[in-house]
Design a protein. Structure first.
Length: 224
């Protein structure tokens, strides 16, 4: 059978994000990216520990929602391996739009406001690719003031030698739970090895917990 031609074109859809804090004047914006199978509203709940009038926390919801096997719960995914380059380009544009819209709503300048990007689990790779590929963030110096990768590592398709100039400036923090079944000691050691070889500075935070966002650790990050 001859291969069937594939045709691609851009389209628009309605997306949503949730926020906490930011009553103003806003000096800092956090963008928190949830993990696989989560929804943004529930993911955002631990961030009540760091939301404040001068700090807006925004949690975008990934564009691909799905049911679990029992059709009881709905989750979302940032991407799959199918047509991955298009999905990455789509969510980079989407996250640029979320950040710009969130800044507009709270009266902050997206080019100068202090920006903390936190990616949890699948959202960690999403966060790193957003910083690497975003035209909006590329216009900032630094692209973000802090990049927090929680329960995951940098995506392996990210060329650390190429991105190390800007990655070294973003205040990279790795957060790993001692009982995290998805980010065990071997994975953490491999991530640290890659960063050391690329001369990228980072800070490792360990805590006694599993694969979840801990409010107390969030509070320590915000106060640090």
């Amino acid at each position: 059978m001859a291969p069937m031609p594939a045709h691609a074109f851009p389209t628009t859809r309605t997306a949503r994000y949730y926020t906490l804090g930011g009553e103003g004047p806003v000096a800092e914006v956090w963008v928190g990216l949830h993990g696989y199978g989560q929804l943004a509203e529930r993911f955002l709940r631990p961030f009540e520990a760091v939301a404040a009038p001068g700090r807006l926390v925004a949690a975008p919801e990934a564009l691909s929602r799905f049911y679990d096997h029992a059709h009881e719960h709905v989750g979302a995914s940032w991407m799959t391996r199918e047509d991955r380059e298009a999905e990455i380009a789509d969510y980079v544009r989407y996250l640029d739009g979320v950040f710009a819209d969130a800044c507009l709503r709270c009266g902050a300048d997206p080019h100068t406001v202090r920006l903390v990007v936190l990616g949890f689990s699948q959202g960690a790779a999403t966060a790193a690719r957003w910083l690497a590929l975003s035209p909006l963030l590329a216009a900032r110096v630094p692209r973000a003031d802090r990049l927090v990768l929680w329960g995951a590592d940098l995506p392996h398709d990210l060329d650390l030698a190429a991105v190390s100039p800007w990655l070294s400036a973003v205040g990279l923090v790795l957060v790993m739970g001692d009982a995290d079944e998805y980010a065990g000691p071997e994975r953490v050691a491999e991530t640290e090895r890659r960063l050391r070889e690329a001369d990228v500075p980072y800070h490792l935070v360990r805590y006694p917990g599993g694969h979840r966002v801990d409010p107390d650790v969030l509070k320590a990050l915000a106060d640090g």
